[in-house]
Design a protein around this ligand. Structure first.
Ligand SMILES: [Zn+2]
Length: 322
């Protein structure tokens, strides 16, 4: 075995493998214990693989994202001891690392999906959907899902199954003209949905949770990829960025398993490779409810003020008193 130069051991490891993981906080509140553990897992997996960790700020929603929360997330993650090699604070070969600055990437993906015949415009209002689905459903019982803020689902993992009212528009979208584009070149003003094949089984191997299986049309329906208010959906932005940034493994919370099924369909439609998936079990409170951003007393900020250390926060024995 070759002799190591002694000083080598103290150098911080430079990425040597092709592994690329990411941290993708959304700055709509302070990070809490659940985020801390998921992000810690992501950082450990990148480190163990001698790979690169990318920080991507998912600040797409202009109504709910706050730059103060973005700064807080970066500070909290550093305090936890997590380090990344690329990000909004560091730059890197795939900059910008703020989703709010990456609109062109999402527009290109939207156009590709539209041209390939996967999308249709949906004119249904929220009220139309409620009527079609029959009350009550998600929007009238936020506690059942525990993730609704100001009437908006967060993230869109549990959007109600779309009844298909506007599916007939799928065949009637005019072929896009070339350089002299019509209004269809821009998605604004209407919701655009991705048509799923009802009954199609989407199965994948999760590196933490094993085989996962979902059925299109039962577990999720035609989902929104571009919102009428001009914002690309989480699903679209996520796959477009993971592909553009060369992400090889996605580590995130198990609340996003159903999103993964949708994203696998998007990757196929867009011709992107799937990354590997590693979903972390969710941290729950005493009542068995998953932690949400409304658990302010469990934010990393609050716990730090109470004198807890990163080790306390990452250990399993942490008392979760909301
Ligand atoms: Zn519709």
């Amino acid at each position: 075995m070759p002799t190591l130069i002694p000083s080598m051991a103290s150098l911080s490891p430079a990425p040597v493998s092709g592994y690329r993981g990411r941290l993708a906080p959304s700055p709509t509140g302070y990070l809490h214990v659940g985020h801390a553990r998921t992000f810690w897992t992501a950082s450990q997996r990148a480190r163990d693989a001698a790979g690169t960790l990318v920080m991507r700020m998912e600040d797409l929603d202009p109504d709910r994202s706050r730059s103060a929360y973005a700064e807080a997330a970066i500070e909290d993650l550093r305090w936890l001891g997590i380090r990344w090699q690329e990000g909004p604070d560091k730059g890197g070969p795939f900059a910008p690392y703020l989703q709010s600055k990456r609109r062109a990437v999402y527009l290109a993906a939207w156009r590709k999906l539209l041209r390939r015949g996967f999308l249709y415009p949906c004119r249904c209002s929220r009220k139309d959907l409620e009527t079609a689905l029959g009350a009550p459903h998600e929007s009238s019982s936020p506690e059942a899902h525990g993730q609704q803020t100001n009437g908006k689902l967060e993230p869109l993992d549990d959007e109600p199954i779309y009844p298909g009212t506007c599916r007939h528009f799928l065949g009637s979208i005019p072929l896009l003209p070339g350089p002299h584009a019509s209004d269809l070149e821009m998605p604004e003003g209407i919701n655009w949905r991705f048509r799923v094949r009802d009954g199609e089984v989407v199965q994948f191997e999760d590196r933490n949770l094993g085989t996962q299986r979902f059925v299109a049309g039962e577990d999720f329906g035609d989902f929104v990829v571009w919102r009428r208010d001009g914002v690309p959906s989480y699903q679209l932005a996520c796959v477009a960025d993971d592909a553009a940034m060369g992400i090889t493994e996605v580590v995130r919370g198990a609340d996003l398993l159903k999103s993964t099924a949708r994203q696998i369909l998007l990757n196929r439609a867009l011709g992107f490779d799937n990354p590997a998936w590693f979903h972390c079990r969710l941290v729950v409170d005493h009542n068995g409810r998953r932690l949400a951003k409304r658990h302010d007393s469990l934010s990393l900020r609050a716990l730090r003020q109470r004198g807890l250390t990163p080790m306390n926060i990452l250990s399993a024995e942490l008392p979760l008193e909301a």
